[in-house]
Write a protein of this length. Structure first.
Length: 324
């Protein structure tokens, strides 16, 4: 018996397309705010500043656009889109088809830019053939059972410089597979330093969410790739003074190369769950990052004020910041 392919519900797909997503099967792609700014020569994202990624050639997408095992309180996506269920290989699209169909969708989203009178024509031409892939966007990429194959496929394309994967750590079994077939850079989201806060902020759909996260943290620490912890800071919720030492303990366990300490941004559907006052300023984020640095083997390496993010670098396990 041939299992039918998993597809996003037509009603949800319509809403995603209205929000300027490109959709294929269970996957989605979007041209982000910073890619648009870069095409207009009006700025670029912090990933370009921190790691040398070509912002205008970044393809941000997800192979599990509405599948996630968490309902994070700070997420700007509409949680009613998300459902948590496993995805088996037989119902999942193949990596090559996902890439080709989403690349086509992305090119459609970019097609109108030359007519706006502001787009750099050289950059626009380059943007049609991405050289950086950010497997994030929405949903949880590690739910996709063919993720290692997808990473390898993308790394094998002639123009590819880098492949990033962002995960919430709820799929430690997939983390073990990625350890054997790693992306260029792996992000693990750390939004809470203890079980109680984890359940309040991340709101996992399964009972042992904290244990799964801690297991993923251990796997992450030994992976032979560029390892990044991303801390999303929510004022009045997860950045109070008592938590600094607890974050430092997790950082020592994870042993990342870099840490991105980033402000929660009061945008999208998160405005229905949190208040504008929960969004810390850049100076508050930097102060928190400095306190973390004082308790760990990390130092402040960079920052980007308009993104309210600070980069910490491991002093003991140094690697080159910029990707060749």
């Amino acid at each position: 018996m041939i299992m039918p392919k998993l597809r996003i519900d037509p009603g949800i797909e319509k809403q995603l397309r209205n929000a300027k997503y490109g959709v294929f099967g269970h996957s989605a792609v979007q041209v982000c705010h910073w890619t648009k700014k870069s095409l207009h020569n009006e700025g670029y994202c912090y990933k370009q500043k921190f790691y040398g990624v070509d912002c205008h050639r970044c393809m941000e997408f997800s192979p599990a656009a509405v599948l996630c095992g968490q309902n994070c309180v700070f997420c700007w996506r509409p949680m009613e889109f998300m459902r948590f269920s496993g995805m088996v290989a037989e119902e999942a699209d193949d990596p090559k088809e996902i890439y080709e169909r989403l690349l086509e969708e992305r090119r459609k989203l970019l097609s109108g830019f030359p007519g706006d009178g502001k787009t750099d024509p050289k950059k626009h031409g380059e943007s049609l053939m991405p050289n950086h892939f950010a497997i994030s966007l929405s949903g949880e990429p590690t739910v996709y059972p063919k993720l290692p194959e997808l990473v390898n496929f993308l790394k094998g394309l002639p123009d590819t410089r880098s492949v990033f994967v962002v995960t919430n750590g709820q799929e430690p079994e997939m983390m073990e597979k990625l350890a054997k077939e790693p992306p260029t850079q792996l992000y693990l989201s750390v939004n809470a330093p203890n079980r109680v806060l984890f359940e309040m902020v991340n709101r996992p759909s399964i009972e042992n969410g904290w244990e799964r996260f801690v297991r993923s943290l251990g796997i992450f620490s030994g992976m032979k790739t560029r390892r990044i912890l991303r801390l999303t800071m929510i004022k009045g919720m997860n950045m109070d003074s008592p938590y600094v030492k607890q974050y430092a303990d997790l950082i020592r366990k994870a042993n990342p190369h870099f840490i991105e300490v980033k402000a929660y941004m009061w945008i999208g559907f998160s405005r229905k769950r949190l208040k504008e006052g929960n969004m810390p300023s850049h100076s508050e984020v930097r102060e928190f990052a400095e306190r973390l640095a004082n308790l760990t083997d990390f130092e402040i390496a960079d920052g980007k004020e308009d993104s309210r993010v600070v980069l910490l670098r491991n002093r003991k396990e140094k690697i080159e910041r910029f990707i060749k």
